[in-house]
Ligand binder design. Structure first.
Ligand code: DP6
Length: 323
């Protein structure tokens, strides 16, 4: 009798962003990317082999209907084909989010699902193979297999595109403040947003060159534990990614007025000698790179200036766990 175990994966924040694929189906990126795994938001996924021929998906104890579970079902079909088995599953997945922290769930979600499949089907995949399996669900999920600083090597086929750890347990004074802007506006998914950027932004070739040099630089800064440099590079990289959405045709942006306001506040804080750098994903929320010393000042200042935002503190998290 097989023991049913739950796989847990933590989300990650990219310091050097993944923004564009050269292969949509395999999710092969145009560039490497580099992230930090966080401890505050994680996904727990439990799989049970079904005694019928269809998959059932529960998210936060609620049954998903056929529009909501489409992406997961398609992923399970891909995995069945790849590993040549017929089993269908009952997927039980729970997202642990501190009061809407504004973190995307696809990274931790597909990393936990890949790990749960590995356990339930006893595929005995190593971490590299697990990263490849997770990548097929969502690109950023490839990095959530590991803790700490992680690099996803772009590669050029399914076997050569996977994440690799840089430092899984870094002793570094880096803390992240996630500032949540509560907006009900419809957003463009990262899948669609990056596709439009690759196709239509005249700056896309420059982005590919930029990422190559910023990855090198940030790895040197990580080795030296130079938080200021890490922040500078991460902020520049994030703003360059958003320049790809603004320069797409038609142009689009994930920024809301509050996003810009927070960015200005961060610049003001730096003028006061407080360490704070911004990074922003495919949404309006801002994640601020801080130190243990600066984070309380940054949070206080932001909450004083903006009444309609909430803040969540996150620290460095670990890789896949089984509970
Ligand atoms: C801005 O991994 O969600 O967060 O591979 O299409 O599922 P798909 O995209 P996804 O994109 C993440 C984009 C990003 C940057 C990053 O995490 O590197």
């Amino acid at each position: 009798k097989t023991l049913v175990r739950t796989a847990r994966a933590f989300t990650n924040i990219a310091l050097i962003k993944y923004w564009g694929k050269k292969d949509q189906t395999l999710k092969l990126p145009w560039t490497n990317s580099l992230s930090l795994t966080l401890d505050r938001f994680y996904t727990d996924t439990k799989l049970t082999v079904a005694d019928n021929d269809h998959d059932t998906v529960y998210l936060n104890h609620k049954l998903l209907d056929e529009t909501q579970n489409k992406r997961i079902l398609k992923y399970l079909d891909t995995v069945r084909k790849f590993y040549s088995f017929d089993d269908h599953f009952i997927v039980d997945t729970v997202n642990h989010v501190p009061t809407s922290a504004g973190f995307a769930s696809s990274a931790s979600g597909f990393a936990a699902l890949a790990a749960a499949i590995n356990e339930t089907k006893q595929l005995n995949l190593n971490k590299k193979e697990l990263s490849i399996l997770a990548r097929n669900g969502s690109g950023s999920a490839s990095r959530s297999i590991y803790g700490g600083f992680v690099e996803w090597i772009a590669g050029d086929n399914n076997e050569t595109s996977f994440a690799t750890p840089i430092d899984e347990n870094p002793q570094i004074d880096l803390t992240l403040l996630s500032v949540v802007i509560n907006k009900g506006s419809k957003k463009i998914s990262s899948t669609v947003g990056m596709e439009n950027s690759v196709k239509t932004s005249p700056f896309y070739p420059n982005w590919v060159t930029l990422v190559a040099s910023e990855i090198k630089e940030i790895k040197q800064a990580i080795a030296k534990k130079d938080i200021q440099r890490i922040g500078e590079i991460a902020e520049h990289n994030a703003m360059s990614m958003h320049a790809l959405t603004l320069s797409a045709n038609p142009s689009f942006t994930y920024f809301e007025p509050e996003t810009i306001r927070i960015f200005q506040i961060i610049q003001e804080l730096r003028q006061k000698g407080i360490l704070a750098y911004a990074t922003i994903d495919a949404g309006p929320n801002v994640k601020i790179i801080c130190t243990n010393e600066s984070i309380t000042k940054v949070q206080k200042y932001i909450e004083e200036q903006l009444s309609n935002v909430s803040c969540v503190v996150a620290n460095i998290g670990s890789g896949i766990q089984y509970i």
